[in-house]
Design a protein around this ligand. Structure first.
Ligand code: BTN
Length: 253
């Protein structure tokens, strides 16, 4: 019963007390040739990074902060789908550890009762033709309390502790690695369709009225689906908009 049940993911584990960002450390190791499945896990990140140059709060021992090196044989175009895979794996793991009221907010947030508990940051290294490696960075808030959060985040961010659930960070990490490996094997064998189907089922956004802030504009509509590349489809009076990147706000009815 000892050790991990995974074959590849987490086969090499680099543990650090404190890093700037586990994604940065993983990138360096990948550049030096670290094998697929290597993970970097830290107690604390002093420069945890989120999407669009945002910072990600990662205080000592209050969450699972880790990054996984993968070397998938997929075209770079498809890398955004790996983020969807990560979101499905994390949602499964969180449910497994007792928080059933969780959903995925496109593209990469996991919300519990409408508040963000997880962030995922997938970074790509390669050329236009070939993926060299991807870094899948995942942060799950476990012990964060209201006092750890700046005022403006208190109503937006949650954690296992804030939801009243005790969880072992080690057990949670094990579940995460197992779910990621299972889905990764599925994708390598059957492609992304099963992952997209599960993503849809776990989404807390499809069917909702949303406001989209993308790089060059803001508009509103109904989130209707994701396409086969993981882009969000938003129906507006002018037609269906394909959203590849951006921030989504669900408008209260
Ligand atoms: C986001 O919410 O925009 C994504 C946040 C991703 C955070 C994780 S924590 C582990 C890894 N290292 C980082 O610096 N970021 C990711």
């Amino acid at each position: 019963e000892e050790g991990l049940s995974t074959k590849v993911v987490g086969h090499h584990i680099v543990y650090r007390e404190r890093v700037d960002s586990t994604n940065n450390v993983a990138k360096k190791l990948a550049d030096e040739g670290a094998p697929e499945g290597t993970i970097v896990v830290a107690e604390e990140q002093t420069g945890g990074r989120g999407r669009i140059n945002r910072s990600f709060l990662s205080p000592f021992a209050k969450g699972v902060w880790f990054s996984l090196i993968l070397r998938p044989n997929i075209p770079p175009m498809e890398v955004s789908k790996m983020t969807l895979l990560a979101a499905v794996a994390v949602a499964r793991a969180i449910r497994h550890h007792g928080l059933t009221d969780c959903g995925i907010k496109w593209p990469n947030d996991i919300l519990v009762k409408g508040r963000k508990m997880v962030g995922i940051l997938t970074e790509l290294n390669g050329s236009a033709e070939k993926v060299n490696y991807i870094i899948m960075g995942i942060g799950v808030n476990t012990g964060i309390t209201a006092e750890d959060l700046p005022k403006d985040l208190q109503s937006i961010v949650t954690s296992f502790a804030r939801e009243g659930v005790r969880v072992s960070r080690l057990a949670l990490l094990e579940t995460l690695l197992k779910e990621i490996e299972g889905l990764y094997q599925t994708v390598c064998r059957d492609g992304f369709a099963p992952v997209l189907a599960e993503w849809r089922a776990l989404s807390c956004m499809l069917g909702q009225d949303v406001t989209v802030t993308s790089i060059d504009k803001t508009f509103s509509g109904k989130a209707v689906d994701i396409d086969e590349n993981g882009n969000l489809l938003v129906a507006t009076p002018e037609g269906v908009e394909v959203v590849m990147a951006g921030d989504i706000h669900v408008r209260p009815a």
